[in-house]
Design a protein around this ligand. Sequence first.
Ligand SMILES: [Zn+2]
Length: 102
Amino acid sequence: MKLIYCAPNLLLVKHFQNLLEAHGIGCIVKNENLNSAAGELPPTECWPELWLTDEANYGEAAQLLFPSANEQIQPSWTCPRCDEWLEGQFNQCWNCGEYRIN
Ligand SMILES: [Zn+2]
């Protein structure tokens, strides 16, 4: 299992799930129904998450979901606001919402 995408917008997460499944890449959505718990949990812990069932598909899945990052794999980065470590495909901090600067 490998997390490939996380966003507050469930429709977008489901769209990505459909896209991967259309290419035969197994994946599941977690936290689909956790929005009702918002307020009791930190908000980002309630965000829907898209997980690959087989992380060997990660490269192919990343190319499908993030074609603009295709030619050059983005380096991982550290959030300037909360110091969270983020993988290169994320342009926004899942923890505090800060955008990547570079
Ligand atoms: Zn952050």
